[in-house]
Design a protein around this ligand. Structure first.
Ligand SMILES: Nc1ncnc2c1ncn2[C@@H]1O[C@H](COP(=O)(O)OP(=O)(O)OP(=O)(O)O)[C@@H](O)[C@H]1O
Length: 802
């Protein structure tokens, strides 16, 4: 115990003294102390984060307004500080909103929206303003012109860290050459040590946002870095959605129950969640009902039950005829039924009582009906307690017998059935139980049997008994509690949540997400990396925490990519490149956990980051990306998302594997052809020498030995003949282009000719089954020259002699 602690309680007033030291901490004050949480831990990093926050906002705002983004970023050294300017052509911000957007932390338009956007928390840009004022002491200068406004508005502001409110230093109309948009200018302590990360951020933003135009001017470089628009097509517009039932947690569900205007649970489900219509709501309600009320066990009217006598005795003063009719009808109806649960018995008794009233003009009041139900239920389950146990345990024996393998001996099954019967009889008098209670009863009965009867009744047998029993139990018809009651009772809410999770529900709609799409992932990689091979995969949407997400992956391999060291991993979340904290990111963990040797990449020790000339790209798009911290550098380890990342990467990796396998076999083929090319002429010479005959013609031998496709040109005056022989065993469809220096004529119907500046391109695409040949014939001047080009057959499988 420290000396200070030892004084506690001894000296009066210490608590009061401590209380004096307690005070509320403002949000702005908190972030002022914890800048690193927001990505402002150093001058180098702070500058990249400020650029990222401003550019992400500009892209979000433009896309939301359906405007093709045109974004200008300028970094300049001004005295001891760096000045950052970011300008966009977005919709602008109104005069009323602007001070809050930039001068108040945790103020934004996206926190409550279930829609894919770069911004999520409403901290980003105001944190940049805070960082700038803390390091340079200067206010942020903001100009904004909402679309349609005649003038722009100019503000200078700082954040009051005590109150987390903007303090406006200047507020005046100004002229601006942009017809709409926002310009932010902040000065801060910074340096350009993170230039590589800054470039990565801008470059990779351009890769996944081909609809945007970006320009970066920076100190130490005269030429701006410009990324022109690759497409005029804006990403698909996203729609806001309601949460998905499979993703919400109990606390959120209770909050939603408290806030809804719906009265019934079914209405609440349909109103507040996506993908829930009447049918799905009914299914969820059935699951909820089973958990809330439990199900009811039913029993058969066994041979020793004397229902008729018991019913007759229960009904008095109704006259012999009416009583006789009633008792006989109820007995008859129950005898026809396989099993009858308590509520079903009530229904049968009610129906027959109504019919008796009609038929005999007597009244069957509530008490009579209740007496009849009680008497019949006692008969169904066995009247006195001893008999009851007998009756129930013989019925339950049948259940245990059905649920267990033939190897279980009868004594064990009887032991479990009897003990189970005792618990059922001691439970709810209508023999209702939830699946959880049932499981507990079966466990206890099995454990007792194991202990006292020296038998085994393991996990599988117990589960099977619960399953068989549960499936023969009846769902009860009681009215479900109303929303208000469920909201007030944690157990009910939890039962509802379980019902929601257990029901099969369509995946959430994806129009709230704008994936890049596999085509554009591949195109983006091609634009940025000069490789030999590209593959991409976009998965279907899945749900986490009520938010849908889509994972995409791409791989580029070979070509100009550096073959030394580890592969490069590009990470994106909602189209924003993640440039820091690679080691703490779920994407990295997943890539490391994959056995890359299986896909043809080198991986020392069989795990960890693979080596080789490859780039792996991963994009996670979600209405709520789970980052590890507010600075949004890395994705948290959420199993559902990690699974999808793995599947997407593996999908692309499978293509890489088949490409590499093919490349390897083509390499072998090339080596074989090289050897053949050397020894065939030598063999021909040797044969001629040994046999004393002419040197055999070896034209075409190589193609035949290698099962290649060969193309030969024959000339006969004006006549040109291209003969393609397919020595392989599968159909080949080569695209042949014969480039001719004079105008050809007499072309067959299946060939076309295009004149391009004095060169004629004869195009022909035959389909040639394995082992067959095809011929193209046409006429051209005798002196013409040719250059043939064949596509659609790998170079290694082609022998051109034309
Ligand atoms: N350039 C801009 N044009 C139009 N609106 C903007 C612009 N920049 C910010 N906003 C508005 O200001 C809000 C606050 O921005 P801020 O960067 O603080 O948070 P955010 O982008 O919502 O979330 P995050 O903290 O995750 O970045 C945004 O939600 C948006 O409505």
């Amino acid at each position: 115990m420290s000396s200070f602690q030892s004084q506690l309680g001894e000296e009066e007033g210490i608590a009061d003294e401590l209380a004096e030291g307690q005070r509320e901490i403002s949000i702005a004050e908190f972030f002022e102390k914890n800048k690193h949480m927001l990505g402002f831990d150093s001058g180098a990093r702070g500058l990249v984060t400020a650029v990222k926050e401003a550019v992400d906002n500009a892209l979000d705002a433009c896309e939301e307004a359906g405007i093709r983004p045109d974004i200008y970023v300028e970094i300049r050294e001004v005295g001891d500080y760096y000045r950052l300017v970011v300008e966009d052509n977005g919709p602008g911000i109104t005069k009323e909103q602007l001070p809050k957007v930039f001068g108040k932390l945790l103020y934004g338009s996206r926190f409550h929206a279930r829609e894919q956007s770069r911004g999520q928390q409403g901290i980003g840009i105001s944190a940049a303003v805070l960082y700038s004022q803390l390091t340079s002491g200067k206010p942020a200068k903001i100009t904004s012109r909402p679309k349609g406004d005649a003038q722009a508005q100019y503000f200078e502001l700082i954040i009051d860290t005590d109150t987390n409110e903007p303090e406006i230093k200047a507020d005046e109309p100004t002229s601006w050459d942009r017809s709409h948009g926002t310009r932010i200018e902040i000065e801060m302590e910074a340096n350009m040590r993170a230039r590589a990360q800054l470039h990565d951020y801008i470059k990779h933003t351009a890769v996944v946002n081909p609809h945007a135009r970006l320009e970066l001017r920076e100190p130490g470089s005269d030429e701006p870095l410009k990324f022109e628009r690759g497409t005029d097509q804006l990403p698909a517009e996203t729609e806001e959605i309601r949460p998905h039932p499979h993703g919400v947690e109990l606390g959120t569900l209770i909050k939603m129950l408290e806030a809804t205007e719906s009265y019934s649970v079914s209405g609440f489900l349909q109103e507040e969640f996506t993908r829930v219509g009447k049918k799905t709501a009914d299914k969820v309600c059935a699951g909820f009902r089973d958990r809330h009320f439990g199900r009811a066990m039913g029993w058969s009217a066994g041979p020793d039950a004397d229902l008729e006598a018991a019913l007759t005795e229960a009904v008095s003063n109704k006259g012999a005829d009416a009583t006789g009719f009633f008792a006989e009808e109820v007995t008859g109806t129950l005898a026809e039924r396989d099993l009858t649960a308590h509520h079903e018995l009530v229904e049968v008794v009610d129906n027959v009582a109504d019919a008796t009233e009609d038929e005999y003009g007597v009244t069957f009041g509530t008490t009579v009906r209740e007496n009849a139900v009680e008497a019949a239920w006692a008969e169904l389950t066995g009247f006195d307690p001893d008999e009851e146990l007998d009756r129930l345990s013989s019925d339950l024996y049948a259940v245990v017998d059905e649920a267990t393998s033939t190897r279980k001996d009868d004594a064990t099954k009887h032991g479990v059935a009897e003990r189970l019967a005792r618990r059922v009889a001691a439970g709810d008098e209508r023999h209702r139980a939830t699946q959880r209670t049932l499981r507990a009863w079966v466990d206890e009965a099995a454990a007792d049997t194991e202990e006292y009867d020296d038998a085994t009744f393991g996990e599988t047998a117990r589960e099977n008994v619960v399953d068989v029993l549960w499936s023969r139990m009846r769902t009860v018809p009681d009215d479900l509690p109303k929303v208000r009651e469920v909201a007030a009772d944690r157990d009910s809410a939890s039962a509802l949540l379980e019902g929601m999770r257990e029901t099969d529900i369509l995946a959430p709609p994806t129009d709230c997400l704008a994936p890049i799409t596999d085509e554009l992932v591949e195109a983006g990689l091609k634009k940025e990396f000069d490789a030999d091979f590209y593959a991409a995969a976009t998965r279907d949407a899945d749900v986490h925490g009520g938010d849908p997400f889509i994972v995409e992956a791409g791989i580029a391999y070979g070509g100009e990519l550096g073959s030394e060291g580890q592969v490069e991993l590009l990470r994106f979340a909602n189209r924003v490149p993640l440039v820091y904290q690679r080691g703490a990111c779920a994407t990295t963990d997943v890539v490391k956990s994959i056995g890359w040797r299986n896909y043809g990449l080198d991986q020392p020790g069989g795990s960890g980051m693979p080596n080789g000339p490859a780039v792996i790209m991963i994009h996670v798009a979600s209405t709520n990306v789970p980052f590890t911290s507010e600075s949004k550098d890395a994705l948290a380890n959420i199993p559902a998302i990690e699974d999808e990342i793995e599947l997407a990467v593996r999908e692309a990796a499978r293509e890489l594997k088949s490409y590499l396998n093919k490349r390897r076999s083509l390499q072998k083929r090339r080596q074989k052809q090289d050897v053949l090319g050397r020894i065939l002429p030598e063999m021909a010479d040797k044969v001629a020498e040994v046999t004393g005959r002419d040197r055999p013609n070896i034209d075409g031998a190589m193609a035949r030995i290698m099962n290649n496709v060969s193309i030969e040109r024959e000339r006969d005056g004006d006549l040109v003949r291209l003969v393609i022989e397919n020595h392989s065993d599968r159909t080949e469809e080569p695209d042949v282009t014969d480039i001719v220096s004079a105008e050809p004529s007499d072309l067959p119907d299946d060939a076309t000719v295009v004149d391009l500046d004095g060169e004629w391109f004869v195009k022909w695409s035959p389909s040639i089954p394995g082992g067959e040949e095809a011929t193209l014939e046409y006429a051209v001047d005798e002196d013409a020259e040719f250059d043939v080009n064949v596509d659609g057959v790998e170079a290694e499988k082609l022998t051109v002699n034309a």
